[in-house]
Write a protein that binds this ligand. Structure first.
Ligand SMILES: Cc1cc2nc3c(=O)[nH]c(=O)nc-3n(C[C@H](O)[C@H](O)[C@H](O)COP(=O)(O)OP(=O)(O)OC[C@H]3O[C@@H](n4cnc5c(N)ncnc54)[C@H](O)[C@@H]3O)c2cc1C
Ligand code: FES
Length: 275
């Protein structure tokens, strides 16, 4: 069933979490079973009366009471209006949509490369690995322009307790690692070759990460990227989010890199729901 009508969503609480970014807690009124089956990396459409809808990813997936978190940057009309709302405000919600990150049960060495707000779509995956003790060894490298632009401060402190989590800065301060995450890839690969690489961040970072991984010997079918496109319907109807022969809202936003290359070249159409 195509979900086109927003359901009620309550803004529960929020706190500032990085420059021009806020960590929001929401609750879906009367959550559906499908809400509880949300996979890390999927997205939802947030509706604000008078401002339309925009896609955002889950930082934590909805629980039985429909409560979940999201990290939202102040970028334009809708997010500006959201930042002015008090706790208790009623908004609209559609979701979960798209394809999330792959679930790893047999892959043991996973490298996660995140840039800026691109850490948000990966948060659910990192939490699952940390809390449910998946048979996965995660190493995370997170790049930001400078310390003030880092997001998910509380989550990062938690993850540092349970996994290898390093941070890089374009403008590093004393004692901080200078450079983009890419500068450190070769060194990380020399220590331990990953079986899979997941990346989310600015397009240039994702492209460069994929290229470096291929050069360092990771096959394209072991690399996943989360692609950002303009989205309107979120369900494969309007055609705003196409990437080659696919719709990012349905076939993505998370793509396996060999399949992304094929759809970009227009030579593969992904059946709905196939990863
Ligand atoms: C699958 C998906 C998940 C997302 N998850 C998050 C998230 O978790 N947190 C978050 O803060 N943002 C996320 N975004 C981005 C967010 O949806 C946009 O920034 C949104 O447009 C904000 O609405 P606005 O009205 O505030 O800004 P707008 O007025 O719509 O846009 C502000 C500026 O951002 C540009 N822009 C808007 N959307 C895009 C886009 N898709 N690609 C490139 N440039 C764009 C516009 O051209 C404009 O310059 C996600 C986008 C997608 C597609
Ligand atoms: S957002 Fe409408 S087809 Fe993807």
């Amino acid at each position: 069933m195509l979900e086109l009508t927003p359901r009620k969503l309550r803004l529960l609480d929020y706190y500032d979490d990085g420059e021009d970014a806020r960590h929001f807690s929401f609750a879906i009124e009367s959550p559906w079973v499908s809400d509880l089956q949300t996979i890390a990396g999927q997205f939802f459409m947030l509706a604000l009366p008078g401002f339309g809808e925009a896609p955002f990813t889950y930082v934590s997936q909805p629980d039985a009471q429909g409560r979940f978190n999201a990290l939202i940057r102040r970028t334009g009309a809708l997010s500006n209006a959201l930042f002015e709302l008090p706790a208790g405000a009623v908004l609209g919600y559609r979701g979960p949509f798209g394809k999330g990150w792959p679930l790893f049960f047999s892959t043991h060495q996973v490298l996660v490369v995140a840039g800026g707000c691109g850490l948000a779509p990966l948060a659910g995956l990192l939490d699952e690995a940390a809390e449910h003790h998946l048979p996965v060894h995660l190493r995370v490298i997170y790049g930001a322009r400078r310390q003030a632009t880092q997001v998910l401060g509380r989550e990062r402190e938690r993850w540092k307790q349970t996994m290898s989590f390093s941070e890089t800065f374009d403008q590093a301060g004393a004692g901080q690692q200078q450079g983009s995450p890419l500068v450190h890839l070769e060194q990380l690969f020399a220590k331990q070759m990953p079986d899979a690489v997941l990346c989310c961040g600015p397009q240039a970072l994702m492209q460069a990460t994929a290229d470096s991984c291929l050069n360092l010997g990771i096959p394209a079918n072991k690399i996943w990227l989360s692609m950002e496109r303009r989205m309107h319907c979120g369900v494969g109807l309007c055609g705003h989010c196409y990437i080659g022969a696919s719709y990012a809202c349905v076939d993505g936003p998370v793509y396996r890199y060999d399949q992304l290359q094929a759809v970009q070249a227009g030579c593969l159409t992904l059946p709905q729901g196939q990863g």
